[in-house]
Design a protein around this ligand. Structure first.
Ligand code: BDR
Ligand code: CA
Length: 305
């Protein structure tokens, strides 16, 4: 039994490792990779995704998606991901995307898949929201939505908001209201998945494949965190949750996102103790077995070419 997924990304450094982990995970059937702008512009996130899938010798189709959120424009994060999104690590050219637009491909897959599909979002969730807004009945064929998004306390893009949530809060609100459970790998969770020089050294020693080398080089380019004793490896946590849920603890909760124009815009209000009494529309991942996570990551990525 494999879990069919669509992976929606804005390929910067940690997205790159999530893509490689997903492609190397026999528990998953990656039906499509859809790409939005975010960490850097869409031209670069798309080229990075295509280069990585080619490096992994994957035949999973890659679709071009949104170059802007539902409102306004994306802001980028070149300080973390470099101006090219991969920290200056140059990969062989990956060619062209599949011809469909991402939100069209998501709708087609949901409409025709023989079993419910899991949507994994590690970017601003514009592509996923566009698909559901234009054909809401398709939510019936979503198993769950797993996001790297949000925080229950402070943000990383603003004091209030996490980067993906802030980059398209209206799109996140669409997912939260769609009626399917939304699993949050928040900043509090990903702060437990810290890359340190020691962990990077262990990863590198696991093999000689091009993908493992690229993963380590890309991750080594990430500047040190100002507040944590390592660099949080955000996006692969979603894939690890799907493949090894026993590494996590979680809690059912309700969640909303602040759509106001002020300093709180993009803040996720994650009600872990059901103070609002709202319906439980979300699951928040709370703790991670970090050693188990890095063992999984290394074993899997070392299996790739
Ligand atoms: C999220 O923002 C992006 O910069 C990362 O790729 C991750 O998806 C972390 O806040
Ligand atoms: Ca991302």
């Amino acid at each position: 039994m494999t879990i069919p997924i669509i992976l929606d990304c804005d390929t910067g450094t940690d997205d790159a490792l999530a893509i490689l982990l997903a492609l190397a995970s026999p528990e998953l059937d990656v039906l499509a990779i859809t790409v939005a702008g975010g960490n850097v512009g869409l031209d670069r996130t798309l080229a990075n995704t295509l280069a990585l899938t080619k490096l992994a010798r994957s035949t999973v189709p890659v679709y071009q998606g949104a170059d802007r959120p539902l409102l306004g424009s994306f802001f980028n994060e070149p300080r973390i991901h470099g101006i090219d999104g991969l920290g200056g690590i140059v990969l062989p050219d990956g060619g062209q995307p599949a011809p469909e637009i991402a939100s069209d491909a998501i709708r087609r897959i949901l409409r025709t898949a023989p079993e419910p599909v899991t949507l994994v979002g590690i970017a601003p969730v514009t592509n996923l929201a566009l698909a559901l807004m234009t054909e809401p009945a398709l939510t019936a064929n979503i198993a769950q939505i797993v996001l790297m998004s949000g925080a229950w306390a402070e943000g990383n893009a603003t004091p209030a908001a996490e980067f993906n949530a802030l980059n398209d809060p209206e799109a996140l609100a669409v997912l939260l209201a769609c009626g399917r459970p939304v699993v949050f790998a928040t900043l509090e969770l990903t702060a437990q998945a810290l890359v340190t020089p020691e962990r990077l050294g262990v990863l590198r020693a696991l093999g000689t494949g091009l993908c493992l080398a690229a993963a380590c080089d890309i991750q080594a380019s990430v500047p040190p965190s100002r507040r944590l004793p390592g660099a949080p490896l955000h996006d692969p946590c979603t894939i690890a949750w799907l493949t090894r849920p026993e590494l996590f603890t979680s809690r059912a909760c309700s969640a909303r996102v602040d759509l106001g124009p002020g300093i709180g815009r993009g803040r996720t209000v994650i009600d872990r103790w059901n103070r609002t009494g709202d319906a439980l529309n979300a699951v928040v991942l709370e703790t991670l077995d970090a050693d188990g996570f890095f063992t999984l990551l290394g074993e899997r990525v070392a299996m790739l070419p």
